[in-house]
Design a binder for this molecule. Sequence first.
Ligand code: SF4
Length: 247
Amino acid sequence: MTSLKIPYKTPRDMRSDEIVAFLQTLEKASPNAQTELHYTDHFSLLVAVVLSAQTTDVSVNKVTPALFARAPTPEAMVALGEEGVAACIRTIGLWRAKARHVVMLSRQLLTQYGGDVPQTREALESLAGVGRKTANVVLNVAFGQPTLPVDTHIFRLSNRSGLGRGRSVRTVEKALEERIPDAMKHASHHAMILHGRYVCKARQPECWRCVVREICLFPDKVMFCKETSAQNRGTKEEIRSKKSKRK
Ligand code: SF4
């Protein structure tokens, strides 16, 4: 299991009542939180998630309309072939390997699963290009299973807040699985991703506008916006200089 460097202090583990309050508050703030990947069915979701590895959802959403227009089914994807898929996805990272995986997994779906996306982790992880995280996302989003895929945003948010700490993605996933009540797992997954992506950001968490700041245990909360403060300082200096000019 690969260990990751965590460039910030981590707090104690949250208590169960704190976890429930934290997640309820996040869900209330983003009641319709969903994946930001565009898809229309289980197959297009699976392909979009495979394409999103180490790439932003925004970049994936730019290439999938053309890809799915040409290959909306596993049969059509196999017919399009590796070169055809590569031509559609060339702007995203790892496009060569991803093109190969998408065609291979489409062929596996046809030969082993009657063209359908399977509903178990073992079967999903047997497909080309599908690891634990991708399988977890598909199980959660397509089939409503209480899985907790840990991406970079959830990893950071969990460690900072005390929701579930660990130096590897698998350790954090295990901690969250044990600590978050089953009934909350499905819905809280997207709320946590969005919160990590847009508020508890990697470079600087925006704690001053965070809805869970009273519950979060992060010891180094950032309670003011540095950019706004800098702008304000600039404004005050301008005012001072104007005053001195008047004298
Ligand atoms: S208070 Fe800060 S560190 Fe805690 S979850 Fe909110 S943004 Fe992240």
